[in-house]
Write a protein that binds this ligand. Structure first.
Ligand SMILES: Nc1nc2c([nH]c(=O)n2[C@H]2C[C@H](O)[C@@H](COP(=O)(O)OP(=O)(O)OP(=O)(O)O)O2)c(=O)[nH]1
Length: 248
């Protein structure tokens, strides 16, 4: 039909703890130093979602899952009537024949590491406008900001004796749909066996994490302090219901 096939490029807005992962390009020269969302072109026979998962795995070495496609805010006719003339646009032209679509995604396995980019940054809602984004990404920022402002933030932290236990808890939480990642605790004495260096930080409610602590020989760290996190959502979580330990 059309002489040239319309192609799609997909970008992943990987969200964690109220922040999105932005990636800085290194090429071509006119785009080097500018920010984008990890992703790339959809191949023939591939769905946009499959392409997004594949591109992120190739570029960042981690596994993600698509959460929702974002609607770009284009042109001055914003607001409820914006799509009145037809279905709201879901893509933005990169150049003739190439359209960008963006989906929010969550991390399922691994940690993002820069492969093709020279810098990755977890960006909060108030910092989105500070980055020099590629132009086609900008119409997606208003809805992305809204997603970040309403995303659950890390609410619980637990400490484990071993890396294996911490990773097992991280896997369980992610399989249940929560964000979770393992952090290395700051240690006073690195080779002191009494130190417990593995912490899992998650947006799961504390009681969920507490159950996993029992199974994996860990304990809740009540003093979670997330200095970089955006303000907590208005909905107040129950303040860490504690399981009553059976008497020995
Ligand atoms: N990946 C990605 N590309 C974007 C974004 N915004 C934007 O305008 N683009 C443009 C830059 C490129 O012209 C094009 C995607 O090219 P790419 O080089 O990342 O994709 P790719 O790996 O599949 O490319 P190729 O090697 O197959 O040509 O879309 C974005 O947020 N992410």
């Amino acid at each position: 039909m059309d002489g040239q096939r319309e192609r799609l490029v997909v970008g992943a807005a990987l969200v964690r703890g109220g922040r999105v992962l932005a990636a800085r390009r290194t090429a071509p020269p006119e785009a080097a130093g500018r920010w984008e969302l990890p992703g790339g072109k959809v191949e023939a026979g591939e769905t946009p979602g499959d392409a997004l998962v594949r591109e992120v795995a190739e570029e960042l070495g981690c596994e993600v899952e698509v959460v929702a496609w974002l609607r770009p805010l284009t042109g001055p006719a914003s607001g409820p009537a914006a799509g009145a003339a037809g279905a709201p646009a879901d893509g933005v032209a990169v150049r003739p024949g190439l359209t960008l679509r963006v989906a929010t995604a969550r991390l399922v396995r691994g940690e993002p590491e820069p492969g093709e980019h020279d810098l990755l940054a977890w960006v909060g809602p108030d910092e989105l406008d500070d980055l020099d984004w590629l132009e086609p990404d900008r119409p997606f920022l208003p809805e992305l900001r809204h997603v970040l402002l309403t995303a659950p933030v890390a609410s619980a932290r637990a400490v484990f004796f071993s890396d294996d236990d911490a990773r097992a808890v991280e896997r369980r939480l992610r399989a249940d749909g929560y964000d979770a990642h393992v952090e290395r605790e700051r240690l006073a004495g690195e080779d002191d066996d009494e130190d417990h260096p593995w912490a899992v930080v998650t947006d799961a409610p504390a009681f969920v994490l507490d159950v996993l602590c029992d199974e994996h020989d860990g304990w809740l760290d009540e003093g979670l302090d997330a200095p970089d996190a955006p303000p907590a959502p208005p909905l107040d979580l129950p303040s860490a219901p504690r399981r009553i330990k059976k008497p020995q």
